[in-house]
Write a protein that binds this ligand. Structure first.
Ligand SMILES: [Fe+2]
Ligand SMILES: [Fe+2]
Length: 344
């Protein structure tokens, strides 16, 4: 059974929640492991207590309480011409630019004007260049040739040792198997939920399962720490990656913005992120979201590497706290609206 595929694809096509998942949820489970097992069977038995306890609760929410939350796959919402067919065509002339955004961390950026015209939209992958190079985000499958050629300007793709990403979605990991084929020594790496729910089946080679806070030592002074951020900004399996030596937080879809700014900026990234959220409504608003993002501010990152936007250098903690405040505002606003409508 695909995770709630009927209901989520319904969001994708019409954005109207529909609690139609034909799944019996045992509401008595307190420990995520038996809950996961009841829902998904043997492949999930290894999901252990290290995963935040909220996960099982959220699992139940997703399946049974769709009306409380909105999930909007981005590429359906952003088509502004009335069509709801998700599509990202890579046209001739589209190029992938390479920039070093922190010491030994490279941004591979592809700008697509046809998404949210006239300002367009960027898709960014990040190469962390240790002795065991790691790529964060694979890019869309259709963009693989662009990204492979861009990476080849820095290292040979065969040298890649790790393929990681924020959550299971086409732009984050659509080209995973293409990269695994191009880099025979590479291993996919992701959090417990994502591996159990998706990668154990999807990936052409077995993944390394990362617990919350687990570090991969890439050698050459580079260490990346995986941090679980379930449902933040979206995706049950969501997480971010923090490179310790450069204090670079690879934020995935957090701070998503439109347009094609410089590769590195010290300008405000919170205002553009709020505008993009207003437009796309791409986040899975949930009561823990503000706290999750605020928790990342404790890292005091010096660089915030955005998947859809520039890389920000400056007070990353302040930017994260400000974004967390905005999501708290959204969540409480949505809760008040629900209370009002249910009282009416
Ligand atoms: Fe996403
Ligand atoms: Fe993304």
């Amino acid at each position: 059974m695909a995770l709630n595929s009927g209901a989520l694809s319904d969001h994708g096509h019409r954005r109207k929640p529909r609690a139609d998942a034909a799944v019996e949820v045992n509401r008595s489970f307190d420990d995520p492991a038996p809950g996961f097992s009841q829902l998904f069977g043997a492949p999930l038995e290894n999901v252990g207590p290290c995963h935040p306890n909220s996960t099982a609760q959220w699992c139940a929410f997703i399946i049974d309480k769709l009306c409380s939350f909105e999930y909007t796959p981005m590429y359906c919402e952003i088509l502004l011409n009335g069509s709801l067919e998700p599509s990202v065509d890579v046209e001739e002339g589209v190029e992938t630019k390479v920039s070093e955004i922190a010491d030994g961390i490279y941004r591979l950026s592809t700008y697509v004007l046809d998404i949210a015209p006239p300002v367009g939209f960027t898709f960014n992958q990040f190469l962390v260049l240790g002795d065991e190079p790691l790529m964060f985000h694979t890019g869309l499958r259709k963009m693989f040739p662009l990204n492979r050629d861009a990476l080849s300007r820095i290292i040979s793709p065969e040298r890649l040792r790790w393929i990681a990403f924020g959550h299971f979605e086409a732009d984050e990991c659509g080209a995973m198997n293409e990269w695994l084929a191009a880099a025979p020594q590479a291993t996919p790496a992701h959090g417990q939920t994502g591996c159990m729910v998706s990668l154990n089946d999807f990936a052409d080679r077995p993944p390394r399962v990362l617990t919350d806070g687990e570090v991969i030592d890439l050698g050459g002074g580079k260490r990346v720490r995986f941090i679980d951020t379930p449902h933040t900004p979206h995706g049950w399996d969501a997480g971010v990656l923090y490179e310790e030596s450069t204090r670079t937080l690879m934020c995935g879809d957090l701070f998503t913005q439109l347009g094609n700014d410089r590769a590195v900026t010290d300008s405000d990234i919170v205002g553009p992120a709020i505008a993009a959220e207003d437009m796309f409504k791409y986040s899975c608003l949930n009561p823990g979201m503000g706290a999750t993002i605020r928790g990342l501010s404790n890292l005091a990152p010096r660089t915030l590497a955005l998947m859809h936007g520039p890389s920000f250098t400056g007070d990353g903690a302040a930017a994260l706290r400000s974004l967390a405040d905005d999501y708290d505002r959204r969540v409480s606003g949505q809760a008040s609206e629900l209370l009002r409508s249910s009282a009416a």
